[in-house]
Design a protein around this ligand. Structure first.
Ligand SMILES: N[C@@H](CCC(=O)N[C@@H](CS)C(=O)NCC(=O)O)C(=O)O
Length: 214
């Protein structure tokens, strides 16, 4: 089967899917978008990606990318008009994204769902997460974005998770002593690509017309 556009299985509120959509927007590419519901994943998605996580990108040649980072790299390697793949900071970008995905995400989940994880209090989970916030704050005192004065993959990969952390309790977040991080997040929430990445789509069903994103 050959596709006119690569086909992205996505879920609006998933931070991994958000970063993939941002990558596609920054690359200036278009994909076919299939919005899914996590509790009822479409059979054609599970057929190509049995692990059942979003985002998933099915390419025209049949290849399937099952990790958000792979999708972003695929998109930006085609074209990168905004220079997100600045190779002079790729090592730092990878290290920061890894810390986000492997460590910060762990504390974020516990902070968000503290009622399910009773080993520590919600405040303690938040404080564990703040170790990463402090690292980002220090970086953002030096430049507008995480690794310099222009956006890199680190910004688009990490931003959805900081947003999620902030949204657990906005009043608490904006009272923490991270003014540069607050501003960085605020600017992201108003960024035209982020707004576009958060467009709402009704969940895909067999026989639906093709939806092209953006
Ligand atoms: N390492 C994956 C993680 C993707 C992931 O965990 N996505 C979540 C949604 S935010 C998911 O699909 N979970 C499966 C489920 O909840 O059934 C990536 O970067 O793409």
């Amino acid at each position: 089967m050959s596709l006119l556009f690569p086909r992205l299985y996505s879920f609006r509120r998933c931070p991994y899917a958000m970063r993939a959509r941002l990558g596609i927007l920054f690359a200036g590419l278009s994909v076919e978008l299939r919005e899914i519901v996590l509790k009822n994943k479409p059979a054609p998605m599970l057929a190509i990606s049995p692990k059942g996580t979003v985002p998933v990108l099915q390419l025209a040649d049949g290849d399937v990318l099952e990790e958000s980072i792979e999708i972003i790299m695929w998109a930006l390697k085609q074209q990168d008009p905004h220079g997100l793949l600045d190779i002079t900071v790729s090592h730092e970008a990878n290290a920061l994204i890894e810390q986000n995905d492997n460590n910060f995400k762990y504390w974020l989940n516990r902070y968000k769902y503290a009622d399910r994880y009773l080993e520590m209090t919600q405040t303690e989970y938040r404080e564990q997460g703040e170790v990463f916030l402090q690292i980002l704050e220090t970086l953002l005192t030096k430049h507008t974005f995480l690794l310099g004065d222009s956006i890199t993959i680190a910004d688009i990969c990490i931003m959805p998770f900081i947003r999620q952390f902030a949204h657990v309790n906005r009043a608490v977040f904006y009272n923490l002593p991270y003014p540069h991080l607050h501003l960085w997040l605020q600017n992201w929430l108003e960024h035209p690509f982020f707004i576009q990445a958060m467009s709402k789509f009704t969940p895909w069903q067999e026989d639906d017309d093709v939806i092209i994103f953006p």
